[in-house]
Ligand binder design. Structure first.
Ligand SMILES: Cc1ncc(COP(=O)(O)O)c(C=O)c1O
Length: 383
């Protein structure tokens, strides 16, 4: 389609885009995404702040103040010391990128250690920034073994990545031990809690036996946690936290024509919409609301697991967070057939499984319908 020469009719354009939107899978039937469903009553908040630009905050001091309050709340949740700082970022990818850049510029080495299960954003970073990555194999319990971290450290290593809520299985690396290793070896430790950041603290409050992963651990240098995943916020909202805000200077650049003197994020122009949405949502829920959401997600996860097992499906491993890996033969065909029936799940090809992320907006009814369709589809695939 070429750029339109003449203005088109509003009604016609609206009809066109809504017809195209109809092709999308309804969010309630997307069972593989880590992203949250925005709440109807909060959408207006996002819209109210749409034109604010936090890349040029002098013009929007009120919105900037909201951002400051929000980042303070987030730092508090992750047990940050007084010295810490937090930047709002577009998500896990940008946060991971900033962490690697700070680590490399600060420590000056060549090589970054990442777990085999680390998110592919680290591969992007390696390609874009020319950083050498050494992959630590995942152990048989599907997290990294601290001994393997130790074995892979060389005099070229500048940092280590650990994951709190892995993309495929929702597992948590043994971060307390990895933190000790990094502290003792003067290495930078970045914790990718893009997925787990806004559920692990609340499950711990509820008594789940999960490892520490935040600034309580002395070796943790930086953390990324996504508001638009288990934070329940609208895309794009991520939080990138550093133990010492002075470290931002390792990635800071001068910004001659906007109202701040320096920027230390990758994005320049960015709307205050997600920030305002996040501030309202976090205040509306509080820790209490987040705990309830976490409890509900785990209850639904166990419900889905039971329903799937009753129908003879194997769950790859006992869930730690609200993620299920369902083992199937011919995973791509199963997923394709599920798409045809209007369901969206994500493949984990190397485990011959697909991933379900059990989000707070899901219900037992949706899970029942999905299991019924999966059973039907799977019979077709197997014959
Ligand atoms: C562990 C982890 N880190 C980083 C990311 C990337 O986050 P985003 O897509 O918000 O950039 C994801 C996305 O699923 C993830 O699971």
């Amino acid at each position: 389609m070429g750029f339109p020469e003449k203005p088109r009719e509003w009604e016609e354009i609206k009809r066109e885009i809504h017809q195209l939107r109809e092709k999308d899978i309804p969010f309630s039937r997307i069972l593989g995404t880590m992203c949250a469903k925005p709440e109807e009553n909060l959408k207006k908040i996002y819209m109210d702040f749409l034109e604010t630009n936090l890349g040029d905050p002098r013009k929007f001091p009120g919105t900037k103040e909201i951002e400051g309050k929000l980042t303070d709340m987030v730092l508090d949740l992750f047990s940050a010391p007084k010295s810490a700082g937090c930047r709002v970022v577009s998500g896990g990818t940008e946060g991971n990128m900033l962490a690697v850049a700070i680590a490399r510029n600060m420590k000056g080495g060549e090589e970054l250690l990442i777990p085999e299960h680390a998110h592919f954003s680290f591969q992007k970073i390696a390609k874009i920034a020319g950083i050498k990555i050494r992959v630590i194999e995942t152990s048989k319990n599907h997290v990294i073994n601290p001994r393997d971290v130790l074995k892979n450290i060389t005099d070229k290593t500048f940092g280590v990545v650990a994951v709190a809520g892995t993309t495929e299985l929702g597992l948590i690396d043994p971060i307390p031990d990895i933190s000790d290793i990094c502290f003792d070896n003067n290495l930078f430790l970045h914790v990718d809690a893009a997925f787990g950041g806004f559920i692990i603290p609340f499950l711990k409050d509820l008594g789940h036996d999960l490892p520490d992963f935040d600034f309580k651990l002395k070796g943790v240098s930086t953390i990324v946690a996504d508001g638009h995943k288990m934070g329940g916020c609208a895309i794009p909202l991520g939080f990138f936290m550093v133990r010492d805000k002075e470290w931002f200077r390792y990635i800071e650049v001068e910004t001659p024509y906007v109202s701040t003197r320096y920027q230390s994020t990758f994005l320049g122009t960015r709307s205050g919409g997600p920030v305002a949405y996040g501030y309202v949502r976090f205040n509306l829920l509080g820790r209490e609301g987040f705990r309830e959401t976490a409890r509900r997600c785990m209850e639904l996860t166990m419900y889905a697991k039971k329903k799937l097992e009753e129908k003879g499906f194997k769950i790859f491993m006992e869930p730690v967070l609200n993620v299920l890996a369902v083992v199937v033969k011919d995973v791509d065909r199963v997923i394709e057939k599920l798409y045809e029936r209007g369901w969206g799940v994500n493949p984990i090809r190397k485990l011959s499984s697909f991933r379900m992320v059990i989000q707070p907006h899901m219900s037992k009814e949706i899970i029942d319908k999905f299991v019924e369709d999966l059973e039907y589809v799977y019979k077709e695939v197997k014959t």
